[in-house]
Design a binder for this molecule. Structure first.
Ligand SMILES: Cc1ncc(COP(=O)(O)O)c(C=O)c1O
Length: 396
């Protein structure tokens, strides 16, 4: 028995490949050839915690599945609010809005505070959703490059991106795809700029639980009341609890005014969008009853990161640091002399492993020369995938 995983939730046997081949989409098992291992979209291969299934089953068994409250069910909003308070963010259930995923939360947050003629600053590289949702709201995206290698925000570069048109700064913490956990000093710098220039901060914290190293994750809204009041925090349940298919997330607005604007922009008051009640029941169970499962998952991910990163780092032309957070490896492959798209295609064809190329369309120009590799799977599958990549690398 593995002492970190007494229930076997993250053992090789827990992964049901034939079911994943029917149900795991978005570049994963159901969308690749059967001999390919997809380390692509960040979606765990493990079944969800049994407490979540019990909660869904109990709610269905009652037989009432009508409309829920506009802002979300009270139990869901209370559980989210408690979690925000645990992260030192002042919170009450009135500040929470249930959304159908973190992506939808970002979309509503951007529509609430951005419009044509506005500029939104975000970092480069970063997950495509942050710039995409800003553009969907009509704003122009201004990208602040992160330091290659460390993913840090270099001195002065952010300050230079502020103009009279800047309305918001969007951050992702921990950062997809670099795996960096933002330092308190970086958050303070962002917060100071936001206060001095009257900007809204939109903080995507969907990866907040997945912290693998010694750097603690700090929610930017926890820095002070003044910062909280101008911050919209978005998050979801896809990464920690494997609930991507339930499309469930939330928005925490730091002020009543932001909460009203976000609600209006979300489409929920007119029932156009909104979170399914069953998904809220599942998410509430995740927050209130699954800490043990979550901690076991994080322990597993720490082991997988230590297992996989050095082996990728040892490949010719690869430089692969351990991520501080997320379950994403982001090796720099510039020294291979190949373009990331061509390299990913070669690994797919010859090693039969699918990875995400550091392509502008996914992560911005700063991702050039990288691959992104998700390791939220069993040790056996990860070992097989890396062994195949090592063999391909030796035979090149
Ligand atoms: C930073 C970030 N935000 C949002 C999302 C989307 O989350 P959801 O599935 O809840 O819409 C992802 C998923 O990869 C992500 O990495």
């Amino acid at each position: 028995m593995n002492i970190d995983d007494p229930t076997g939730s993250f053992s090789p046997d827990a992964v049901n490949l034939s079911l994943l081949q029917q149900r795991a989409f978005n570049l994963r098992w159901a969308e690749v050839d059967t001999d390919v291992i997809p380390l692509t979209a960040a979606d765990p291969d493990f079944p969800v915690a049994t407490e979540i299934l019990e909660a869904i089953n109990a709610h269905v068994a009652d037989g009432i599945l009508g409309y829920g409250p506009t802002r979300g069910m009270l139990g869901f909003r209370e559980a989210v609010s408690k979690r925000m308070e645990e992260r030192q963010v002042p919170s009450s259930p009135d500040q929470i809005l249930a959304t159908d995923g973190a992506a939808s939360a970002l979309w509503a947050a951007c529509r609430a505070v951005l419009g044509p003629g506005d500029e939104a600053i975000t970092f480069d590289p970063v997950d495509f959703l942050l710039p995409h949702c800003s553009e969907q709201a009509g704003a122009t995206v201004v990208r602040c490059p992160l330091e290659r290698g460390s993913g840090a925000i270099a001195q002065d570069v952010l300050e230079q991106k502020i103009s009279d048109r800047t309305r918001a700064i969007l951050i992702c913490n921990p950062q997809n795809p670099t795996g960096r956990v933002l330092r308190v000093e970086e958050l303070q710098r962002i917060a100071r700029l936001a206060v001095d220039n009257d900007l809204v901060i939109i903080s995507d914290e969907i990866w907040a639980d997945i912290v693998l190293g010694d750097i603690q994750m700090t929610s930017i809204a926890s820095l002070s009341d003044e910062v909280a009041q101008r911050t919209i925090t978005v998050s979801g349940f896809s990464k920690t609890y494997g609930l991507a298919g339930l499309r469930i997330g939330f928005i925490h607005s730091g002020s009543g005014e932001l909460a009203d604007r976000v609600l209006e922009a979300s489409g929920a008051p007119r029932t156009i969008f909104g979170a399914s009640v069953l998904s809220q029941v599942a998410a509430e169970a995740a927050l209130s009853r699954c800490d043990g499962w979550r901690d076991g998952f994080i322990e597993h991910l720490k082991r997988m990161s230590r297992f996989a990163a050095p082996r990728l780092d040892a490949l010719d032309g690869f430089c692969c640091p351990q991520p501080e957070g997320t379950y994403l490896l982001f090796p720099d492959i510039v020294e291979t002399g190949m373009d990331a798209n061509d390299l990913a295609a070669e690994i797919l064809e010859q090693a039969r492993v699918a990875v995400v190329p550091g392509d502008e369309r996914w992560f911005g120009p700063g991702a050039k020369g990288h691959l992104r590799i998700s390791f939220a799977t069993s040790e056996a599958i990860l070992d097989e995938a890396i062994t195949r990549i090592e063999r391909w690398n030796r035979n090149r």
